[in-house]
Design a binder for this molecule. Structure first.
Ligand code: UD1
Ligand code: UDP
Length: 386
């Protein structure tokens, strides 16, 4: 039987976390699949953290990251590097993930080589091309190029159908981030980091914070940090743990507003394992991240999303996630509400699993084998809450 060559392309932390289960699953079919891993390294340190955790050794590493890189830098460097890799390897299909600039460049490079594209985490939309920027356009353009669409949820699949994507090319798989999370969170996890190990989780309520979105850089982030300062000044039993993104534009404002406050722990980005386990211990999460909005609900943690739009409406509908934007008074009030109103907290803290059941990567590989006639069985669809 003919073997197919499947090349995964990714470059940032969240893509790596969400593609790691796919890379590991691809290795389980050595008679049918030759897997190749190409990373752009749009992120360097934050990518390597994930590669180490999942023990993934890329076949190609384009090492493109530069301090203060622009969208043009990332796109052109990734395209040029991938051109060489694709010329050499000639894969049957390239798999890209989500909505970063690596994702779009990977899809476009594959298209220029007339190579098939599979889009993992397909169909997420806000229908606002500048929010999130540039992710909304990255995922739309990738969707326009893709041959196979691995939609995490029915909502995402519905978005694709509404745009005219052929139904038989869409597979509802669940989100691979839940596959990764299942492998990572344990009740008895011990933190190596001294600061995290010494936190009094019994008596303190931990607010876990992350921020990095391009549209929030500068003043919006400053507003959020001022609100957090108001909160720790008011609540003695609250501590903030804030793993600060490596982007210097984030770090500068964080340090100005939240540096040297005893109840605020500013730390470097955490490895995925301690991060997921910290989320498990936290009282509440404040974030503008996409992935964290998917993970926290399955751990039963309320999430206040520091954005005006979300492409992940499922947990908002389920009541675990609330969109609050970045305005100082609003962030302060919504955080205070959850710290003081027990019923509201309990209402939001319900565990819900709209995003996956841990089997997404298996379904993705089954769908690829089915597409290439290497398996007669179409994978079952992920059904939320089942
Ligand atoms: C990127 C993605 C965004 C994704 C986010 C996840 C684009 C345009 N943006 O945004 O969709 O949500 O990753 O975190 O694709 N840096 C380091 N070391 C690292 C990583 C970043 O120093 O390991 C610094 C560099 O100075 C870099 C800057 O952060 O220039 C910004 O990185 P970049 O990938 O351009 O943007 P993100 O905001 O990380
Ligand atoms: N994450 C991590 N360490 C951290 C912060 C986040 O491992 O210090 C993980 C988090 O669990 C999630 C992913 O990184 O899986 C989200 O990445 P990010 O917020 O950077 O990007 P987005 O999801 O918004 O694209």
């Amino acid at each position: 039987m003919k073997k197919i060559k499947v090349m995964t392309v990714f470059g940032t932390r969240p893509e790596a976390i969400k593609m790691a289960p796919v890379v590991l699953e691809l290795k389980k079919y050595p008679d049918l699949i030759t897997p190749i891993v190409a990373v752009t390294a749009q992120h360097r340190d934050m990518l390597d953290q994930v590669l180490n955790l999942f023990n993934i050794k890329p076949d190609y590493d384009l090492n493109i990251m530069a301090q203060g890189q622009t969208l043009f830098d990332i796109t052109t460097k990734a395209m040029n590097g991938l051109n060489e890799v694709l010329s050499k390897e000639k894969p049957d299909i390239v798999l890209v993930h989500g909505d970063t600039t690596t994702t779009f460049a990977g899809a476009l490079a594959a298209y220029y080589h007339e190579t098939a594209v599979g889009h993992v985490e397909a169909g997420l939309r806000t229908y606002n091309k500048y929010s999130p920027f540039p992710e909304e356009m990255n995922r739309k353009l990738t969707g326009a190029i893709a041959d196979l669409h691995f939609a995490p949820t029915d909502t995402a699949s519905g978005n694709l159908k509404a745009e005219g994507t052929k139904e038989d090319k869409i597979f509802v798989t669940g989100n691979t981030v839940i596959d990764a999370l299942h492998k990572t969170v344990t009740d008895d996890f011990k933190f190596d980091d001294e600061k995290l190990a010494n936190i009094d989780y019994e008596n303190k309520r931990i607010i876990l914070v992350t921020t990095h979105r391009r549209e929030n850089l500068g003043e919006p982030m400053r507003h959020v940090y001022k609100a957090l300062k108001d909160i720790v000044n008011e609540f003695d039993d609250v501590e903030i743990v804030f793993p600060v993104h490596k982007n210097p534009k984030v770090r500068e404002v964080v340090n100005e507003e939240l540096g040297n406050i005893e109840a605020v722990h500013l730390i470097d980005p955490l490895d995925y394992e301690p991060f997921a386990n910290l989320m498990h211990r936290a009282f509440l999460v404040l974030t503008d991240s996409g992935g964290i909005q998917e993970e926290a609900p399955s751990l039963g943690k309320p999430v206040l999303v520091l954005r005006d739009t979300t492409e992940r409406p499922e947990a908002v509908k389920a009541g675990t996630v609330k969109l609050i934007g970045t305005e100082r008074q609003k962030v302060y009030e919504e955080t205070k509400y959850l710290l003081t109103d027990h019923d509201e907290y309990q209402r939001m803290a319900n565990t819900c699993n709209p995003y996956g059941d841990g089997k997404a990567s298996k379904r993705i590989i089954e769908a690829i084998l089915y597409h290439y006639g290497l398996s007669q069985e179409k994978p079952d669809s992920f059904i939320a809450g089942k």
